[in-house]
Design a protein around this ligand. Structure first.
Ligand SMILES: [Zn+2]
Length: 215
């Protein structure tokens, strides 16, 4: 077995020793989660990037976060065609309609490879990544106009933030999301993690800009 897998297995042993102590099984959080099911209050849509694991960043407990991770933490627009395999949309549907989460957080981040690829046109439209990143092409266009004089790195950073706004907009294209906002005040939240500086930024809907969170 290679060292990477060995490390993961050792990690699982520590996890099991914490949550599945034979003498205290009935007090374990997993005892409750297994017998009553999950009731997470928050759906978090994050990037697949290995540096931005939502549970590690937030210290969330088992059962606390319902998580979708994909390339560049994107939400596609609601597509009503019956063809296609809509992984992200189906998980959003389940979280909002079945789990009835109170919050949906889109978590973007600095140094996002997906956004970098979009800004560089690194993948053809025929590739899966190239097609997927078309969701954020509006963010690219806005940044290239608004920050035309900026260097590539700054444009990438701005596009990482701008794409969160696009995803927030796309979220609202799902009828069940609209209903949840109207009927039970479900919150849509855009957050940006700057992994170079250890900062968290929050999108302020009324100001239409990101503000650093003082935590
Ligand atoms: Zn990313």
């Amino acid at each position: 077995m290679n060292i990477a897998i060995y490390r993961l297995m050792a990690g699982f042993r520590r996890f099991r020793d914490k949550y599945f102590v034979p003498e205290h099984l009935e007090e374990s959080i997993y005892h409750r989660l297994a017998s009553s099911g999950q009731t997470p209050k928050t759906l978090l849509i994050g990037c697949s990037d290995s540096r931005v694991d939502p549970a590690i960043l937030s210290g969330a407990s088992p059962g606390e976060l319902f998580v979708i991770r994909n390339v560049a933490n994107l939400v596609p627009p609601c597509e009503t065609t019956t063809s296609g395999f809509h992984g992200t949309s189906s998980a959003i549907e389940f979280a909002v309609k079945n789990l009835k989460v109170d919050n949906v957080i889109i978590l973007g981040h600095r140094q996002c490879g997906g956004i970098r690829a979009l800004m560089k046109d690194a993948y053809s439209d025929e590739s899966f990544i190239g097609q997927w990143m078309q969701i954020a092409k509006e963010a690219k266009q806005i940044v290239q106009t608004k920050y035309a004089e900026s260097d590539h790195e700054h444009q990438c950073k701005m596009a990482e933030m701008e794409s969160i706004r696009v995803s927030l907009k796309n979220l609202k294209s799902f009828p069940f999301v609209q209903e949840a906002i109207k009927d039970r005040q479900m919150n849509l939240i855009g957050v940006y993690f700057d992994l170079e500086l250890g900062q968290l930024w929050n999108y302020d809907d009324s100001l239409e800009e990101f503000r650093q969170l003082e935590i």
